[in-house]
Design a protein around this ligand. Structure first.
Ligand code: AMP
Length: 365
């Protein structure tokens, strides 16, 4: 989607990706198929371009350091280094005074059991490195769970988090340019299934003062990180209306996909503008929107019934061109655009029912 935005504005795009026929590669002028730690290919890639950015957090930050010695990388590699590890990310947030859930970093089974017991159950254990979409994450109900989860993680460090009894989850996707200007997309209300984003609802159905507070926090975090490019900030909204920062993503984010169809400038174009030192576009929301993710599970009985989905002319379908379908894998999404958010939610329910035989609105209860 970044490459589509870039091509539309006349840029040439090169992609470096380990797997053949990648979604970005399909749109790019040139695709280098190489591991993220292939020094020779990284060098060749960096020599062929004017500026480098990334759309995936699990790239070794040493690889970004390597290409940064040849060509500018935006955001700077240190941003990825902080955000790709939950312990470093939490330390950065807490250290800069941003509100985060009570957490502990643990480094052994015994420590995990003792700290989980001290924190109280339920709590959550998450792998420190390379976790996303609930991968490497378990909810713990007892000391035995803590011990089992530690063994299953098979990682040198993990983060234990207090279980948050939240009212809802929201995220703010913002973008900061090289001059320090920050623009925010309106907060998105996010519904998850099995720890994976299922729906984004925009505008979020929250008090405007909470929305404003979330935007202010996102802007302050973007400045503290000295990020150039898109930054997504995920929040828990607690029952008392206060906010906790759950996670950061220094890249265009799934909860900002709605912006492609519903905003004056998409998050992908904002990323392009920021990394290419152009003025940012307007993130203005043009219409209420509900974004629904399409996971590989939707292909269980073969190709989904797209004509049924698209029988509502306000539904926009995006398929990413991933060659292998797997359960839980994000294969695409659709957006439902309607004059009011209530109508958009009702139409998303209807669209999901046409496609999956059931709708997700009840998940929120
Ligand atoms: P994460 O990968 O950390 O974003 O977690 C994925 C999802 O799991 C979140 O969006 C929440 O729905 C849920 N989750 C993660 N951590 C917690 C927590 N400490 N308390 C309650 N729910 C959580």
């Amino acid at each position: 989607m970044f490459a589509i935005a870039a091509r539309r504005m006349g840029y040439r795009v090169h992609t470096l990706e380990p797997s053949p026929d990648s979604p970005a590669g399909q749109i790019s002028d040139r695709e280098i198929e190489a591991r993220y730690d292939d020094a020779e290919k990284l060098e060749e890639f960096a020599r062929g371009v004017d500026v480098i950015t990334f759309e995936f957090e699990n790239i070794p930050s040493a690889s970004l350091d390597r290409v940064a010695s040849v060509c500018p990388v935006r955001p700077r590699p240190e941003v990825l280094h902080i955000c790709q590890n939950r312990a470093r990310e939490k330390e950065f947030l807490a250290g800069n005074g941003f509100p985060v859930v009570d957490y502990r970093v643990v480094g052994s089974a015994a420590e995990a059991v003792a700290e989980a017991a001290a924190m109280g159950f339920p709590c959550v254990m998450k792998t420190a490195d390379f976790g996303y979409d609930g991968k490497g994450q378990s909810k713990l109900g007892s000391a035995a769970d803590a011990s089992d989860a530690w063994t299953a993680l098979a990682a040198p460090r993990a983060v234990l988090e207090e279980w948050v009894d939240f009212r809802c989850e929201i995220s703010v996707v913002c973008v900061r340019d090289a001059s320090g200007r920050v623009e925010c997309f309106p907060p998105s209300e996010n519904l998850h299934r099995n720890h994976i984003l299922h729906r984004s609802i925009v505008p979020a159905r929250i008090d405007p003062s909470i929305a404003r507070q979330a935007e202010l926090l996102a802007v302050r975090i973007a400045r503290a990180l000295d990020v150039v490019g898109v930054l997504a900030v995920e929040f828990f909204v607690r029952r008392d209306g206060s906010l906790l920062v759950n996670e950061l993503a220094p890249r265009p984010h799934n909860s900002g996909h709605f912006s492609f169809d519903a905003c004056a400038t998409s998050q992908f174009e904002q990323q392009l503008r920021a990394v290419c030192a152009l003025p940012l576009g307007s993130p203005r929301l043009l219409t209420p929107v509900v974004m629904v993710n399409l996971l590989g599970d939707a292909w269980a009985d073969g190709e989904p019934d797209w004509p049924a989905l698209l029988s509502d002319p306000d539904v926009k379908l995006h398929l990413y061109g991933k060659s292998e379908v797997r359960p839980g894998r994000k294969m695409g999404h659709f957006c439902v655009l309607k004059p009011t958010i209530e109508e958009a939610v009702a139409a998303a329910d209807a669209a999901e029912t046409r496609l999956f035989g059931r709708a997700a609105s009840d998940d929120r209860a």
